[in-house]
Design a protein around this ligand. Sequence first.
Ligand SMILES: O=C(O)CCC(=O)C(=O)O
Ligand SMILES: [Fe+2]
Length: 347
Amino acid sequence: MSPPNYYDSYPPLFRPNTTALNGPDPNNLHTPDPEPNPDPLPVIDLECLTRDNERPKLAQACQDWGIFRLVNHGVPATLLAQLHGHAKRIFSLGFESKQAQTCAPVAYFWGTPALTPAGRVIEREKGPTCPPTNVKWFEGFNVLMNKLSDLHVEDPLLDSFRLLLDEYGRHQTRLATTIFEAMAKELSLSQEQSECYLCPSSGLMRVYRYLRWPEADQGSWGIDAHTDSSVLSILNHPEVGGFQVQKDDEWLDVEPIPSTLVVILGDMMQAISSDKYKSAKHRVKANKHVERISIGYFVFPDKDGVIRSPKYKPFTYADFRAQIQQDLKTIGYKVGGLHHFKLHQPT
Ligand SMILES: O=C(O)CCC(=O)C(=O)O
Ligand SMILES: [Fe+2]
């Protein structure tokens, strides 16, 4: 079901010049590395998190890294493989048909990660001092998980993708809840705080395809360095590397290991933990040779629940979101965001 010319699946701005047009299908260029190099990321076994003596390992990973690899997570390998297979097939549909066939609660986007939760692009305010928007070489689908069952699609491929996403989303909710409960125990949060700080119905998914970018070089980013606004993000990137995390001012490659998931702590988790845990700064390298597919799940606090911490003014996630949307409109990118709410800001 690919369009006659593979690059018709790319947004027009990203189509390579005519000499490359009859080149091979980029999806067939990549052979996954059977034994990826190990990276130094801490590894957390989900099954161990219920045990009191195992949780300190989680707390340590959250303090030192703000990111860890999750094993024994119980998401079937067949589900992960099917999800990726479907994502590849859907991305290879023509650009116009992806635009036309997508409807709420799924939104098709390309060129920018600055989106509202529903997947609408946050436009940069135009002004004489604003440099042009920094276009990113990717496209994706933004999916509001709690509305997915309302979606009715005729196309069998899209319908089976919807079912797979739904099943995957249920696993993500289970994982986020289990991990957050263990963190809440370590942080001695009350039941009431835990309920307001993790709102499973806020979960959203982003399925990305980073496109081949002929001019990509060492300094080209598919996504620039940022922290996530979420409480927790769970990333699945099984085949192609490029994801990097910052640790002690150094950027480290996070290897794509198919059977594992990568859990990233977001800004909200940092605030909830009064800065004991940190939100990990990460980015994705652009690639001129291969496309990269990743699936991210993001979960947030209840939007009106007040986050209270000795380090921050009381604020809600709705306040935080409004602030970063304002930053995106005026300066064009997300600059952390927590500093807006921090008490005793350094001078
Ligand atoms: O695609 C990836 O691997 C990471 C995406 C990401 O960092 C984000 O959506 O916030
Ligand atoms: Fe991110």
